[in-house]
Design a protein around this ligand. Structure first.
Ligand code: AMP
Ligand code: MG
Length: 346
């Protein structure tokens, strides 16, 4: 298949109108959002949605998020709109928050992997909104990467994974947030299933106390059922080992220096994903400063790009753990999964 690439700036109107028609007629379009690039199909067409799973190699038991261009669209996607959903939508839509509630009967089983709930989000990215409007249907879209790899935060990442497998890629530059949306379910006690740019603290300011699924920061135990099917699959893995060092920045940096020397002496190619605070600790080593520990959103924005940058080029990536408050929770969720929970704390 020939994949057409449009530039969101120079080919704005034509590109989104054309891509919208492709989606409506059953094709696949990768598009930028403020979180990561999405791989979109007509969310009301089960056959089109099946193509997403094929192109990504995504396990069919992992449900998709429906993307809408206006808040009132949720009325036809959920059985009804609960009060706390309304408040969250008013506070955070358009934006990086996905809300799960009981589905209506127009949603194909392919979208929800047979569950009786459906996840919905209204993105804030202008190109994403223009595309959804042009398509005239809710757009089912997971991240536009081969399943298991780090999510794409630039069109180049999408091209690497999807060229020749999908109809269109819209290039809108780098994604602002850099990690996928926060996912919250409002069925039962509100529970965050996946942390993201909208933090637990921000959500609790609007609807009061929420739970955070325990699977956010640890692997599932044997026999434990994932609240979100996506939690049980290997995720975000580059083509090399990832090792996370815990503790204060001094402690994490000293663990990394020690382990780096051991790996280096054994002939392994290494890189350290460092931070502004630890820059001076890694003198003479191969390091890549990806953000500021005091601003976890800067680390979120760069993590996937950094994992892809070093994937296959080194044998091991060392990274520092950061505190799990605010956007640090989203960062640690992605980093721990990318490492397969490979953590050094001594
Ligand atoms: P992605 O498409 O890669 O952004 O992943 C979407 C995430 O939302 C995955 O972790 C899914 O398992 C989760 N998800 C989507 N729909 C539901 C649902 N109805 N119930 C629980 N989790 C869901
Ligand atoms: Mg994904």
């Amino acid at each position: 298949m020939n994949t057409e690439i449009f530039n969101a700036k120079t080919q704005k109107e034509n590109g989104t109108n054309y891509a919208g028609r492709i989606i409506r007629s059953g094709g696949l379009v990768a598009f930028p959002t403020e979180t990561v690039y999405g791989l979109g199909a007509n969310g009301l067409d089960g056959e089109a949605v099946r193509r997403i799973f094929e192109a990504k190699g995504r396990p069919s038991d992992n449900p998709l998020i429906l993307h809408v261009a206006k808040k009132s669209d949720v009325k036809e996607l959920w059985s009804h709109v609960p009060d706390n959903a309304r408040r969250l939508m008013d506070a955070f839509w358009p934006g990086p928050l996905t809300i799960i509630f009981v589905k209506s009967d127009i949603i194909p089983d392919e979208v929800t992997a047979g569950l009786d709930t459906v996840a919905v989000r209204m993105p804030e990215h202008k190109t994403a909104l223009a595309l959804i409007r042009a398509a005239g249907v809710p757009v089912a879209a997971p991240s536009a990467n081969i399943s298991g790899r780090p999510s794409p935060t630039s069109a180049e990442h999408v091209i690497n994974d999807m060229d020749g497998k999908i109809d269109v890629i819209i290039d809108g530059g780098a994604c602002r947030v850099g990690v996928e949306s926060t996912v919250i379910t409002l069925v039962g006690k509100p529970t965050i299933l996946r942390p993201g740019g909208i933090t637990r603290e921000m959500i609790e300011n609007v609807i009061g106390e929420v739970d955070v699924s325990p699977a956010v920061l640890r692997p599932l135990k044997d026999g434990e059922v994932a609240a979100s099917p996506g939690m049980k699959h290997r995720h975000y893995a580059p083509d090399c080992r990832v090792v996370v060092a815990e503790g204060s920045w001094r402690r994490a940096a000293s663990i990394i220096c020690r382990e780096y020397e051991i790996a280096d002496a054994m002939g392994e190619r290494c890189v350290i994903l460092g931070t502004e605070q630890t820059r001076s600790c890694y003198h003479g080593m191969n390091y890549d400063i990806i953000g500021d520990r005091d601003d976890p959103s800067s680390l979120c924005a760069e993590l996937f790009a950094a994992l892809r940058r070093w994937s296959g080029k080194v044998d091991v990536i060392f990274a520092e753990a950061i505190p799990e408050s605010e956007q640090g929770l989203a960062y640690m969720n992605r980093l721990l999964r990318a490492s397969g929970f490979n953590v050094l704390d001594r």
